[in-house]
Design a protein around this ligand. Structure first.
Ligand code: AMP
Length: 504
């Protein structure tokens, strides 16, 4: 099934219902949304697009993002959404790697990309785009479950990004997991695209289209916590995906404004580690609105979920342990912990997280070697290290490459970070290994002090002694004004390790 079928289905009977919003302003109902996408599909096909052809998007969030997704899908093509924060050279590299025949851009990003690529670009705010959307509607081009719908370029904290092939079947599977494992959706709800639509937030669009919900894009296309609060209040019943750093910023802004965000129905968080201190504070302030998901491009948004009740129910005897976990397997996957050979391990043992099921990718784009390393005997080797308890709750330790081995003992940086974050003087922290002749590696911590506080290594060391085993304590502390992060807010531990080798 072509995933765009859901748009035509809702437009037929709910065409007059509101669909696309830019800020507070409605720009299309479902009939208008479908009409624009069908017109775009015709224009693309007349311009030479064949089934399976790739079309790039280098755009800020906006309603046109969804029109392009559906226009390309209706025409049988595949989208290649590129993170708007990437350098134009990186975006041009992705266009070339994907073999995109054309790309859609917003005016803030188009000219710089145009200087780096020969691929024809169309500005979605210009008359040429409007004309395309006004072409005669094209009937939907049939697509099968395993046909390509989306090439998702991994954020890549090291090396060049790889294109994950996301098929129509994978999007269907992930979409069905949403009401089963994350949150039910109705036509009264609104998806708020606070996080980049090139990533997980965009993967959640189809289920909201299927249910006839509304789609709200920020007025200027970026994440502004105050706008999220005010638009959620005026609109009501909004749901959004936020990376952990965005949850932190939203909590800070809401507290500063004394805003309890009654208009927000659900915040789905994930994509990186959420510290306990941060989620506890967020739930204290906003109430039971939070659901956690764990996924990766290779199995988008669909590995595990921790439900609203599990996040919020402090009366449960295992509440804190479960809050520190990423929940249980979503409904379309099996999740197991494997040893170095991929053999399943019993509950309580640490190993690599392996996933099998309908939302798992068939492979990377034009990268058979990387695919062979990642897909083994039908299992996706996630590269994440974790442990599962007897009830099936999965707790992530770290990426395998981030584990520190000191004096023969494995130390999971996350555990040390969780402790240090509970100290009042610490705003953010990242723990990495530093090469050591004596121990193999030493634990060291990079600390961003809390506003007005100074980092005091002696105090932090005492605090660690009181809370964790001695061998896990950092041997050195470095204060930084901020941590190096990639475009999705993930801390770049490789950069921190580089700083250490440059210093010694
Ligand atoms: P990406 O493919 O860029 O979305 O990155 C996926 C990676 O982010 C996963 O392999 C995990 O290492 C990490 N990740 C995703 N969700 C979570 C989560 N809920 N908690 C901790 N780490 C996560």
């Amino acid at each position: 099934m072509n995933i765009a079928h859901w748009l035509l289905r809702i437009a037929r009977v709910g065409g007059g219902e509101p669909a696309l919003f830019k800020g507070a302003e409605m720009v299309a109902d479902y009939a208008g949304f479908a009409r624009a996408a069908e017109g775009l599909a015709r224009a693309l096909v007349e311009d030479g697009l064949s089934p399976g052809d790739r079309v790039g998007l280098f755009m800020k969030n906006g309603p046109e993002y969804l029109i392009v997704y559906y226009g390309v899908w209706l025409a049988g093509g595949a989208v290649v959404p590129i993170n708007a924060k990437l350098h134009p050279k990186e975006a041009a590299w992705i266009l070339a790697d994907s073999g995109a025949s054309r790309a859609f851009v917003t005016p803030d990003l188009g000219p710089d990309l145009g200087a780096e690529t020969e691929v024809p670009l169309t500005d979605v705010t210009g008359p040429a785009f409007t004309q395309m959307t006004e072409a005669d509607p094209l009937p939907l081009v049939a697509r099968a479950e395993d046909d390509l719908a989306w090439l998702f370029y991994t954020s890549g904290t090291t090396g060049k990004p790889k294109g994950v092939q996301i098929t129509h079947g994978m999007i269907t599977a992930t979409s069905l997991c949403y009401p089963l494992d994350v949150d039910p959706v109705t036509a009264e709800d609104a998806a708020f695209y606070a996080a980049p639509m090139s990533h997980g937030a965009g993967i959640y669009a189809p289920i909201h289209v299927r249910m006839g919900a509304q789609h709200i894009c920020p007025a200027d296309g970026g994440f502004d916590p105050d706008e999220v609060l005010s638009l959620s209040e005026s609109h009501g019943s909004t749901s959004m995906f936020l990376a952990p750093t965005m949850v932190r910023r939203l909590t800070d802004a809401a507290k500063a404004a004394g805003h309890r965000a009654a208009g927000i129905k659900t915040i789905v968080y994930g994509g990186g580690p959420m510290y306990l201190a941060d989620i506890e504070e967020a739930v204290d302030w906003f109430g039971p609105k939070f659901v956690q998901i764990y996924g990766q491009g290779e199995c988008p948004m669909a590995i595990t979920a921790l439900s609203r009740a599990e996040v919020a129910d402090r009366s449960h005897p295992n509440w804190r342990a479960r809050l520190a976990s990423v929940g249980r397997a979503q409904s379309q996957v099996e999740v197991v912990i494997g040893d170095a050979d991929g053999a399943p391990l019993p509950p309580g043992e640490i190993g690599e997280i392996m996933v099998r099921g309908a939302p798992v990718m068939p492979g990377y784009w034009n990268a058979p070697e990387a695919t062979a390393k990642t897909l083994k005997d039908g299992w996706l080797m996630t590269g994440d290290i974790g442990v599962m308890d007897a009830d099936g709750y999965l707790t992530l330790q770290d990426r395998s490459k981030d584990v520190i081995i000191s004096g023969g003992s494995n130390i999971y940086p996350r555990e040390v970070e969780e402790v240090l974050l509970h100290h009042d003087s610490v705003h953010e922290v990242s723990v990495v290994g530093r090469p050591s002749e004596e121990w193999g590696e030493d634990v060291v911590a990079f600390v961003v002090p809390a506003p007005g506080a100074k980092m005091d290594p002696g105090l932090l060391d005492t605090f660690c002694r009181e809370n964790i085993a001695r061998f896990k304590r950092p041997k050195a502390y470095f204060a930084l004004p901020e941590l190096p992060k990639n475009n999705y807010g993930k801390v770049l531990k490789t950069e921190l390790r580089k700083q250490l080798t440059e210093e010694t």
